[in-house]
Design a protein around this ligand. Structure first.
Ligand code: ADP
Ligand code: MG
Length: 749
């Protein structure tokens, strides 16, 4: 009587269970059966050995070409070198010790097998040292593997499951465990309701698990995957539907527009006309704010689409209605910049208490971690008394001691920097009523992702940009193929500076005296992700082969000041600098007192200096696609044509270079976020896979399974509307509870 909740220990014994727990974090029968094969090898197929990447843990299908044994120098035992081939390329397997004779007898030339190990290089030849292996098919029949059943299987079936394996546990050892567990499995409860299975023509859970682990043919795999994806999608959508239902029970104060308020006067004084999209979004938000249902809205718009003005208009509407609004920025640099920008946009409207204030003006507050105690106290009093109608700030706003007289609206700039707790902390500051919530993001998100990840947010999109914007021309500068392009890049920068324009140079590291291991220091001033200057290559973790240390800000700035950019006014900006210094540098750059700013990704989001026209991104392959697009958005912010140069040592045809070419080809952020999503594991989007943790989405891909997710959402809504607590769906309810227990489930909602 085995069920999915049973510990593996009970079925496989202590030793095996311990290995599975340690190596793969698999503890229950369900964990193991949800560890799906990554792909299926066929006995006829050979792995393309040329494609192996140094340092990767691989499972390959190859044929033994030759073997050679020689004594170990100065020690007992010998070395067995086995060369295996895919018909074209070769790789060596090496075994050391006193028992290599055993392997020599197994691995005879002509034998085919699965070989698992880590790819390394020794004397310019690639090898797997001490690989684990499973021989296939040529009838040696002398018990080379532990399980005769497994041997028989691999003869009998064409499809050999290949599992995500680790150094400690080869794929076929996982397969053996799965085999044992499957044989003992009882009739297990199925989270997918009967009526859904019937209408979608999907098999039951037990059948699907058999088919995905032990397919007789490819069609079995497809059927099983479809069914398992459906389950993932439905469980997630039911959880989100329940949450939407719950959210509908709390109320907010309605903040309807008033005639002749600050908003009306702001609109009259605005130095430009709003774009059509800004109008549309503004109307939608104004309607939301006028209701007693708390607004939960995502405002998405490509970089430069003018989200700040839309948010500011919403904030003014709330102030007009007697409430307060906060604008929460992910970094100190951005908070300061927003404060400056709003001060300028509002003019006399934000000078309450000052001589030149407009009638019924409000006060614009600022709260950041780097303020002096006295400043901070003054700001806190102004917020608590209601004197500050709008308060801009960083995470410092979230602290318990910060209170408001009547908080009506929370605007979050750049959602991806904020987690669940931060949002919850802000909500509590509005007392019994929920504040309305507006989340701005410049990373356009495909519809499915918005629906899945931001399941309880409504979306409104700015799909145009203010007129007269020149598009940013983007070029890849390949330092290996065309080294002289780099000189031209610097010459171009000098020309721009000669015309009173400014230049950004972005590097992946801070550099200076830091060791490479310290490349991602936390920024003490805000504790925010954007200021950490974290190694951006984590965006494409696992795809990049080992490479030399990338450019650092400090070193490059020194080099340029003495070399190609000597005579220009250079400054550096990175997360290790004190907050005042960062702010002062940004100010001077914005004022045109600095020509070239050499920076880390601290400038990634939102920094707005219209006279900056050129950006060079060094080691651009170290950055993710969306991140490059964000960075590029820092130039071309006025009518000046922008230029973005992606400097890279990545060779043509490599995945890294393909990504850069994609960024150079299009300025459509929406398309690029799809490229990004396709390249990253979906789990990353949900915040889990990065750390190697299991995500509740294993098979479902947000981009490719759009239709399925859409249908699942409709089905989920129907189920939850009819039976909010899932009383008639106990197995589904259990599955929903299980994903809710995962602290990282839907990080971002
Ligand atoms: P983002 O959406 O990237 O946050 P911002 O809100 O920073 O963009 O706006 C970019 C720049 O465009 C700012 O300088 C802003 O004042 C300006 N801007 C916004 N809306 C308009 C408009 N309708 N016409 C002209 N300029 C605008
Ligand atoms: Mg912005």
């Amino acid at each position: 009587m085995t069920t999915l909740d049973d510990p593996l220990r009970a079925v496989l014994g202590d030793r095996t269970a311990t290995v599975l727990a340690d190596a793969l974090d698999l503890h229950t029968v369900g964990d193991l059966l949800r560890h799906y094969p990554r792909r299926y090898a066929t006995r006829g197929e050979l792995t393309d050995l040329d494609s192996l990447v140094e340092g990767e843990q691989v499972t390959i299908v190859a044929e033994v070409a030759s073997t050679r044994t020689r004594p170990l120098r100065g020690r007992r035992g010998s070395v067995l070198e086995v060369t295996v081939t895919d018909g074209t390329d070769r790789i060596d397997l090496t075994f050391f010790g006193t028992r290599v004779g055993y392997h020599a007898r197994q691995l005879r030339s002509g034998q085919r097998g699965l070989f698992a190990g880590r790819v390394s290089t020794y004397r310019n030849r690639r090898q797997l040292a001490h690989p684990d292996y499973l021989l296939l098919g040529s009838g040696n029949g002398d018990g080379t593997t532990d399980s005769p059943t497994e041997q028989a299987r691999s003869f009998a079936t064409e499809l050999i499951p290949v599992y995500p394996a680790t150094a400690k546990l080869a794929s076929w050892r996982i397969a053996q465990c799965v085999e044992i567990v499957l044989r003992q499995l009882d009739d297990i409860p199925d989270p997918l309701p009967e009526h859904v299975r019937a209408s979608e023509g999907l098999p039951g859970l037990r059948d699907a698990l058999y088919q995905i682990h032990r397919p007789a043919e490819q069609a079995d795999v497809a059927t099983a995957r479809q069914r398992l994806k459906w389950e993932e999608a439905l469980v997630l959508q039911v959880a989100l539907a329940q949450r939407r239902l719950q959210a509908a029970t709390v109320t907010a104060h309605a903040r309807a527009t008033v005639p002749d308020g600050l908003l009306a006067r702001f609109d009259q004084a605005l130095p430009f006309t709003l774009t059509a999209a800004q109008h549309r979004a503004g109307d939608t938000i104004a309607t939301d704010l006028s209701a007693t249902v708390p607004m939960h809205r995502l405002l998405q718009g490509d970089v430069g689409s003018g989200k700040t003005v839309v948010a500011l208009r919403a904030m003014l509407q709330v102030v007009d209605a007697g409430g307060q609004a906060v604008l929460l920025a992910p970094t100190e640099v951005l908070a300061q910049q927003h404060h400056r920008a709003l001060t300028q946009l509002l003019g006399p409207l934000a000078r309450a208490g000052q001589l030149d204030a407009a009638d019924r003006a409000t006060r614009l507050g600022l709260l950041t971690g780097s303020q002096s105690a006295a400043e901070r106290r003054r700001e806190m009093v102004a917020a608590a008394s209601g004197e500050s109608g709008i308060v801009v700030g960083t995470h410092a706003l979230l602290e318990d001691e910060v209170t408001f007289a009547d908080l009506g609206l929370v605007v979050v700039d750049e959602q991806h920097r904020f987690g669940v707790e931060q949002r919850a902390a802000l909500r509590t500051k509005a007392g019994d009523n929920r504040p309305h919530m507006l989340v701005m993001t410049a990373t356009p998100i495909p519809r499915t992702v918005a629906m899945t990840v931001y399941g309880d947010l409504d979306t409104v999109t700015l799909d145009d940009v203010p007129e007269g914007r020149a598009p940013v021309a983007t070029h890849v500068v390949p330092t290996l193929e065309k080294p002289h392009f780099l000189e031209r890049t610097y010459a171009r920068m000098r020309e721009e500076v000669a015309q009173q324009r400014q230049v950004y140079i972005v590097c992946p590291r801070i550099g200076g005296d830091e060791t490479p291991a310290e490349a991602a220091p936390a920024d003490g001033s805000t504790g925010s992700a954007a200021d950490t200057d974290g190694d951006p290559s984590q965006n494409s973790a696992g795809q990049e082969p080992h490479r030399a240390t990338p450019q650092g800000v400090v070193d490059l700035a020194d080099e340029l000041a003495e070399g190609p950019l000597s005579g220009l006014r250079l400054a550096v900006l990175h997360g290790r600098l004190p907050a005042e210094e960062k702010d002062a540098t940004m100010r001077r750059f914005a004022a045109g007192e600095i020509d070239v700013l050499v920076a880390t990704t601290v400038i990634e989001v939102g920094v707005d200096v219209p006279t900056a026209s050129v950006m060079a991104i060094m080691d651009a392959d170290r950055f993710g696609v969306s991140q490059l697009h964000q960075l590029r958005g820092r130039v071309g912010r006025s009518t000046l044509p922008g230029l973005c140069l992606l400097v890279t040592a990545a060779a043509t045809g490599t995945p890294a270079r393909d990504r850069l070419d994609a960024v150079a080809r299009t300025t459509n952020g929406f398309q690029l976020s799809r490229v990004d999503l396709l390249q990253r594991r979906e789990g990353d989007v949900l915040g889990a896979a990065q750390s190697g943790r299991r995500s509740s989405l294993r098979l479902l891909t947000l981009v490719e399974d759009e239709d399925l997710i859409t249908t699942a959402r409709q089905v989920a809504d129907r189920i939850v509307t009819a039976d909010p607590h899932l009383e008639t769906y106990p197995s589904l309810a259990a599955a929903v509870t299980a994903i809710q227990a995962d602290p990282e489930y839907l990080e971002k909602t």
